[in-house]
Design a protein. Sequence first.
Length: 334
Amino acid sequence: MTESTLSCTGLWKVFGPRAAETLSRLGPAPLPKALHAAGLVPAVRDVTLSVAAGEIFVVMGLSGSGKSTLLRCLSRLVEPTAGAITFQGTNLMTASDARMTDLRRHRMGMVFQHFALLPHLNVLDNVAFPLDVQGVPRARREERARAMVALVGLAGREGSFPRQLSGGQQQRVGIARSLAGDPDLWFLDEPFSALDPLIRREMQDEFLRLQASLRKTILFVTHDFDEAIRLADRIAIMKDGVVVQSGTPEEIVLHPATDYVRAFAGAVPKAKVVRVASVMEQGHAEGAPVDARMKVADAAPRFQAGATELPVVQDGRQVGILRRAAVIGLMLAG
């Protein structure tokens, strides 16, 4: 995945009077105390990142870190103070309001923590609502809505109203609604944080299942590090409006860049994050193969039959061997 769908460079969001003018006057990298002294509140500070086509890019941080503000800046629901944003070659910073509305309606999907379902509409009409706004004929929008309802596992509940659904079912409706317009880019802002732990895990499984079939480009915001490493292809960790580290879950857990990142990564069992490819060795083995992209924790049960080494394959070709000792060593390492 090398093609960038969404990128930003030197992105700032500063709240307060004459923010852009003051930011320009203070120079390219003003300290928070200088901004505070000017009566401003920095929420996003000099963020540069890119999201590749088809990847799940997770922005993770504690409350107040700036992650949700960053997402809203990237979609220009909140107007950035400075910087550049590009979406599929379009400069979003110079796009008109009408152009941004068109992009959000047709090429961006959004799911937020609060489901915001319309209580007077049933499931089918809630899912079809974005298509209704677009002016899609009723028969075609209902056909698309039914397909999306089935995709998220709610076939048969099309006539139900939000009050008749559980929290997890309501969130599925929200996801179906955001997918109805077939967006190229999918923004999800803590979509599962209001759910009970068991339902949350089920929704993560559902999310991964959907992504395996749809291959959307996704920007996903969460404060839960376990959720981040489970879902992400890459993660950006934010603190005080700054991205303090970005990389794959494996890179972040094995090589935390700051004490702040280390505090998150230290509690994560490495075997749940490290892929087989990172601990395999050269050689040839017989037996049931394991995929090089599999997590070591998922491959570990394959050794229960007594094997000491297993072949590792990628794209149908053997690329090495995984030794039982390497798996045990990683799992004992924490």
